[in-house]
Design a protein around this ligand. Structure first.
Ligand SMILES: Cc1cc2nc3c(=O)[nH]c(=O)nc-3n(C[C@H](O)[C@H](O)[C@H](O)COP(=O)(O)O)c2cc1C
Length: 380
């Protein structure tokens, strides 16, 4: 990767020249679109410079060179599109939105003077009336609609719920999706509450097969490896796991299921250790243990729920969970985001159950998605 020097406006680099590695292709593409050369940053109005400063301050300093290159490029694109010589405040904020997590939306809305005010958010925490007025929404991502390999009546599904709250919002949406699938003829094998499982964490030693090359260099080299994991031919073909937990039993169900539904709440801005711990254990288990691999040809659906009223806020985390299932070779054909489960009763109704049940039109999206999971039809 090339290394070169980029001169920044004083505002961005305290007057100094910043040494910067990488993103040369982005920078030169942006520059060529602006008709400039690779070392040029876009000219900004004073307002835009102020916005740029505010945006940059929200990122850790170590990321500033990376973020600066991206913002410059995106502002340059907008300037080229509009045929203007100076980037304005809106262009900077638009660029910042592109390079930030979707949960930063509220901050950028505020900078633009739009979106939910602090007062509206607060009333949902102060009075029951304000709480019930809060918006709640379910979004069905554009699904993959493709013919299934079996008729729905021959499909078995397995549901997972990662929330501690039984009959909470994640649980209800998972149940609704499962109902869509079973109404279409599929059989529900089980609904597994991940917090109830005893899942241990793998010490993540190397597998025996991964270190064969090390022994070829030095047969006496000490190297931590799992003596029980499966090895290459000629080595011990053990393929067992010594961790004594619920994974082997759960994995038998995973293998038996043609499709899975995986629901989880957002905890502190991410999917939480219940999900991560389970998915990591799943991955290691299939890597180490000689077993028929589940996944290939199977279908999946992911449901993420959260408190903020922004329906896109944690789509990036839903994507993380989708990508993990993808590495297990699942075809994730449906994804659901659901938001607004915060406030005075923390997303519950007066009876302690998920408030989403008050919104049949929103629940229907999960139902149709569950139906598509086993039919391959969009539904209506
Ligand atoms: C400890 C904790 C942390 C949370 N963190 C966030 C968060 O970072 N962002 C958010 O929007 N909601 C957050 N929430 C709200 C939950 O995501 C939301 O209530 C979720 O829908 C709960 O799902 P459930 O009803 O299935 O339990 C948090 C809730 C708890 C209990």
């Amino acid at each position: 990767m090339s290394t070169y020097t980029v001169k920044h406006q004083p505002l961005l680099s305290s007057g100094g020249a910043l040494r910067y590695n990488g993103f040369s292709e982005i920078r030169s593409l942006g520059a060529s679109l602006r008709g400039g050369h690779a070392n040029m940053t876009p000219r900004l109005t004073p307002d835009a410079q102020q916005a740029y400063k505010e945006v940059l301050e929200t990122f850790p300093a170590i990321l500033h060179p990376d973020k600066t290159a991206r913002i410059d490029w995106l502002v340059g694109l907008q300037m080229a599109q509009k045929g203007v010589a100076e980037g304005d405040r809106e262009m900077v904020i638009t660029a910042a939105r592109f390079i930030s997590r979707p949960s930063s939306k509220a901050r950028y809305d505020k900078m633009m003077g739009i979106g939910e005010t602090r007062e509206t958010v607060k009333t949902g925490y102060q009075t029951l009336e304000g709480y019930y007025r809060r918006p709640r929404e379910v979004k069905r991502w554009p699904p993959v609609v493709a013919k299934t390999t079996k008729p729905a009546s021959e499909m078995k599904i397995l549901a997972f719920c990662a929330s501690d709250r039984k009959e909470g919002n994640s649980d209800m949406l998972v149940s609704e999706a499962a109902r869509g699938a079973t109404d279409a003829g599929a059989a529900l094998l089980d609904k597994i509450y991940l917090p109830d499982l005893n899942i241990k964490h793998c010490q993540n030693f190397y597998m025996q097969r991964d270190i064969v090359g090390v022994w070829e260099i030095d047969p006496d080299m000490a190297f931590n490896y799992c003596d029980y994991s499966c090895g290459f031919k000629g080595l011990k073909e053990k393929g067992t796991c010594t961790l004594d937990d619920d994974m082997p039993e759960v994995y038998e169900k995973i293998k038996a299921a043609d499709a899975i539904i995986f629901g989880f709440p957002i905890i502190n801005g991410w999917e939480g250790e219940v999900v991560t711990g389970f998915q990591e254990r799943w991955q290691r288990y299939t890597g180490c243990v000689i077993t028929d691999r589940a996944g290939e040809g199977r279908r999946a659906m992911v449901i993420g729920t959260w408190g903020t009223g922004d329906i896109q806020a944690y789509d990036n985390i839903v994507e993380v969970v989708i990508n993990r299932l993808n590495t297990f070779k699942y075809n994730v054909v449906e994804a659901i985001s659901a938001c607004g489960f915060a406030g005075l009763l923390s997303g519950l109704d007066g009876d302690g159950k998920g408030i989403i049940k008050r919104y049949p039109e929103e629940m229907k999206k999960a139902y149709l998605a569950g139906r598509n999971l086993v039919t391959g039809e969009f539904g209506s």
